[in-house]
Design a protein around this ligand. Structure first.
Ligand SMILES: [Zn+2]
Length: 341
């Protein structure tokens, strides 16, 4: 399978991560991409450099105000003079009867849903590079490739139209889906990351043309806590086009594959022209974020099941954190996918 990758992710090297009141080093580190790359090399997948698409694909999904904020953020923050090494908001305003702020500290709060998305000097450049990776993979599928993998870093599925959160700034999977919509009337996104794809859900919540399906650890016990429940089914014209499958913590291979079977049936019933897989690998039994318990052979079975949905597919990397088998799990998913096609 062809795989799109760029070194430009390295300019985003966040440090801050607040866990139950304790500051730690973030798990979303550049080394993740090195391990994923090792997994691609082990599978002998061909690496492709992304095409530069400019702002167009990003602007289909994100607001102009938000993109301007991300572009201007670091310079405005640095100009404050007594600011920290990373941008982390000290306020997250609810927006009821609120006014869009002009001060960078206010804008930072406005556009971040949590403290899990620190912005540094190279964050916007890396996030933009990741959208080019996703868009390039989508374009290759539009041009006739059966399936393409996009090694996106930073990940994207927690990012809303105008909100960063949970390590995510620009929603690579949503951008890939919007690009596929240029040709296909209906597109489905299947999110297999251990966390609910809340940003993706939010972006398409009122749209009938993009089905969003997410399988994840039950948010009653796990991030993002306030989204990802089964009763969230879409709204307005999009009612019925959002489908959440929360799983009990520590669900293993068999339980996961059963959920994937339910998701596949739902996607086939929607009859989309193409599929985006939001491919988190953090459902692993060895992932440091410890939500579910999928094994490496389980990831291969997931790859088989994704292939059997039978659609042109863009696989977009989401989460999956440092463990000894992160790369092997990617190799396993892609091997299962290719064997079943
Ligand atoms: Zn995740």
């Amino acid at each position: 399978m062809k795989a799109v990758y760029t070194e430009r992710h390295r300019s985003h090297d966040p440090q801050f991560f607040l866990v139950r009141g304790v500051v730690k080093r973030t798990t979303e580190q550049p080394e993740r991409a090195d391990r994923l790359l090792a997994g691609l090399n082990a599978g002998k997948h061909q690496l492709i450099e992304p095409t530069l698409f400019g702002q167009g694909p990003r602007a289909r999904v994100h607001s102009a105000e938000y993109l301007s904020f991300l572009d201007e953020a670091w310079e405005a923050w640095s100009a404050l003079g007594d600011s920290g090494a990373e941008m982390i908001a000290n306020m997250h305003p609810v927006r009821n009867a609120a006014t869009y702020p002009t001060h960078i500290v206010g804008r930072l709060g406005w556009h971040t849903v949590d403290t899990g998305c620190p912005i540094g000097p190279g964050t916007f450049a890396a996030a933009c590079a990741a959208t080019d990776v996703a868009t390039t993979a989508a374009q290759m599928v539009l041009d006739g490739e059966d399936a393409v993998y996009a090694l996106c870093r930073p990940p994207g599925h927690h990012a809303y139209r105008d909100l960063a959160g949970g390590f995510c700034f620009l929603n690579n999977s949503a951008i890939a889906a919007a690009h596929l919509r240029l040709k296909h009337e209906r597109v489905a996104i299947l999110d297999v990351d251990v966390h609910h794809g809340n940003g993706t859900q939010g972006i398409f919540y009122e749209r009938p043309d993009v089905l969003t399906v997410s399988i994840h650890a039950d948010p009653a016990f796990y991030y993002p806590y306030v989204w990802g429940y089964a009763h969230e089914r879409g709204a307005g014209a999009g009612l019925g086009a959002n489908f959440n499958i929360p799983l009990p913590l520590k669900t293993g291979d068999d339980g996961y594959l059963q959920a994937l079977d339910v998701a596949a049936k739902r996607i086939k019933a929607f009859a989309p022209g193409a599929l985006v897989v939001a491919l988190g690998l953090d459902a692993s039994e060895h992932d440091p974020l410890a939500g579910l318990a999928v094994t490496t052979p389980g990831f291969k079975r997931i790859g088989v099941a994704l292939a059997q949905i039978g659609l042109p597919t863009v696989l977009v990397q989401e989460g999956g954190y440092l463990s000894d088998i992160l790369g092997q799990n990617l190799t396993a998913v892609l091997a299962g996918f290719e064997e079943a096609r």
